[in-house]
Write a protein that binds this ligand. Sequence first.
Ligand code: SF4
Ligand SMILES: [Zn+2]
Length: 129
Amino acid sequence: MKKTRGREVLMSTESRDSEVIRKKRETEKQTVNSMIAVYCHGKHGTKRGALCPECRALAEYASLRTDRCPFMETKTFCSACKVHCYSREMQEKIKAVMRYAGPRMLFVHPVLAVRHLKVTIQQKRMEKI
Ligand code: SF4
Ligand SMILES: [Zn+2]
């Protein structure tokens, strides 16, 4: 009886963890999509929230990378990742998006923008050590 209860507790913890990771993946995908949309609107003149074919391809690529990311449990942002699984071409594109949309996100998503800034500063400090 006790053993069964222990297994039940373990199973519910596992499913809760998966749910947390699943939500984290979804949040990251939405955030990156928002940043690409900000970039596309500013750089490619698309309507707010819409994506041109090139930016749509980048958003789909980034979403797939997030789906397959093995560090989802512990990661902060891809910019802080030592592995960086993006192809060189896509890495350049997403960097351009982050550079452009990052400061502008302060008006679109202030909480996320501040968190991103904090992680970037921490990362730069660690690189200097
Ligand atoms: S760059 Fe790193 S953190 Fe980002 S999706 Fe790829 S492996 Fe995960
Ligand atoms: Zn675009």
